[in-house]
Design a protein. Structure first.
Length: 237
């Protein structure tokens, strides 16, 4: 159970309209470092804590998601990338998880010059064709935020996993107020479309916090997982 909780929360991180709509400011920030903390739950029960941290050195950016369920399980995802305007250029991605004494790892290296992506999941290595604009599962959330601050969500996003580059759709489903222990926020509700029935991932992004997610929900049949903001340090509107 702990593995499913941490893996799904990590995948959920790490998400077709314009900024200008009633109730939100049209002011847009350039991407800037931040740190956000969350409580995560499994089937409505609080299980542990998580953080998202974005940092930079020059034009080298690092985005880290870390989650922990007591002494039972932990998971960390790290994305390294550059920016070209408001477009993310993926460099490499890694994920590690630990459940009791069992460890799992996954890495992705993007090589646009050779037009290839190399991956390794535990002991299984693969290579497949690179694609312009390809993202990883973590920095995809940041690209969504940049697009919402600019001209709106794209019709689809190319996202690499251990086996291939997949095309995924993210759809805006209006605005909603979300109450957290850190405050109540007006948010943009964005749904990631899955191929499987009865499976939904929803992000609530707060323009006041530079479009950081204040809530994430994943439903897979009768099982649900969630993140809810507990703290934030970074740009505010």
């Amino acid at each position: 159970m702990a593995h499913n909780v941490l893996k799904t929360i990590a995948l959920a991180s790490g998400v077709s309209t314009t900024l200008l709509f009633t109730g939100f400011s049209s002011q847009a920030f350039a991407m800037s470092p931040f740190q956000a903390s969350y409580q995560f739950s499994y089937n409505g029960k609080n299980m542990g804590s998580a953080t998202r941290t974005l940092s930079k050195s020059g034009n080298n950016w690092t985005y880290v998601f870390a989650a922990k369920a007591g002494v039972i399980a932990s998971a960390t995802e790290t994305s390294h990338f550059n920016l070209n305007g408001n477009n993310i250029i993926s460099n490499n991605f890694s994920r590690s998880s630990k459940i009791l004494v069992h460890n799992n790892t996954m890495s992705i290296n993007f090589n646009p010059n050779a037009k290839i992506i190399n991956t390794k999941k535990d002991d299984k290595a693969r290579s497949f064709a690179w694609k312009s604009g390809v993202l990883d599962e973590l920095n995809a959330e940041l690209q969504l935020r940049e697009d919402l601050k600019a001209s709106g969500l794209k019709s689809s996003y190319a996202i690499a996993d251990a086996k291939e580059v997949e095309s995924r759709r993210f759809v805006k489903q209006g605005v909603e107020k979300v109450k957290t222990s850190y405050g109540t926020f007006d948010t943009i509700k964005v749904v990631m479309k899955h191929d499987k029935p009865n499976r939904d991932t929803i992000f609530w992004l707060a323009p006041k916090l530079d479009y950081a997610p204040v809530k994430v929900s994943h439903q897979d049949g009768k099982t649900s997982y969630g993140l809810l903001l507990t703290g934030y340090k970074g740009a505010t509107n």
